[in-house]
Design a protein around this ligand. Sequence first.
Ligand SMILES: [Ca+2]
Ligand SMILES: [Ca+2]
Length: 359
Amino acid sequence: MRIVSVIALVLVSLATLVGVVSPALAAPPEQDLSPGQITLLRGTVVSGDYLNLQAKDGSPYTLSSNGAYGYELTDWYTEFSIPSGKQATSLTVNYRGAYSAWRGQSVLAYDFVLAKWVPVNYTTIGPSFIDVKVGISANLANYVSTEGKIRIRVYTYSTAAFRGYADYLKLTAALEDVAAPVAAPVAPAPSPVTAPVVAPVAPVPAPVEKPKLEQNAYAPTNAVVTRGNLVSGSYLDLANQDGSTLVVKSENIGGNDSTDWYAEFSLPAGAEPVSVSLGYSGYYSGWRGQSILMFDYTTSTWRSVNYKTIGASVVTFEFSITDNPAKYVSPEGKVMVRVYAYSLAGFTAYTDWMQLSAK
Ligand SMILES: [Ca+2]
Ligand SMILES: [Ca+2]
């Protein structure tokens, strides 16, 4: 009886040991994904294309900056594809580049769920090539479209013209198999005798998918002061009517004081809204005339869409854009709304809320 118990105990222990030495979970294999064609948003190509991003060989994709809104900019993005049947469990951006002079460079990744670009890295880069490595872990799934695309953008601005040299850009992805979908029950095949003879039908091209504007109200995703000095706040203060404001103090140029800044909104790429309205809430240190302008991408000009005299008490108003609102949306879904005020005396502009509604 006692011996039997001991033997049983030994067997249980052995079984436990066997369980412990089961094969360790293998980490999913990592794979370098190569960039596709470059979409240039700002800047002029000096030389090269996306193929120059394939190797760290000193042969870069070279851009010269373009002037816009008082700044010099280079801005471009490229798309990576995850092989079908795979999904990413980690993503790392590997970049190598240089600039003609020291510049601050932002790397952004496109969040397909929130339909906006999200900054993932900021690095100051000078005339020598340096490597930038950025791991993307939070909300990883948001950065991969349902078609397995990932968009990475490189954005640089300055008050002086410059050249940018991008020698290398790849994504390192840890990939695992997507679980096979459960097969839907198959309807019984019709008997060959009764099946009518059907002429072969040419495959119907997949409908071009228009991005759906699922979200109706958009908060700014960026704010840039082009005239005047940012005293406090950021675009984040514009999201709610809560008394927290973006504060810009006027700048005197040639005897006149003005504030001039613009907010950016991000709609899904390719969005063509049929109806757009803007909301504003804010005040000034004293009575000022305020113009609101929108950037018309069809003519590359700012168009005045609203003018109002605003004093030291908060005013809140909304208005509709009636003439072809889609012209204010870039192919990437960007909308720029500019707020301009002008006076002979210095002043301060306080903006509490800005919102774009689109359908
Ligand atoms: Ca290269
Ligand atoms: Ca606010």
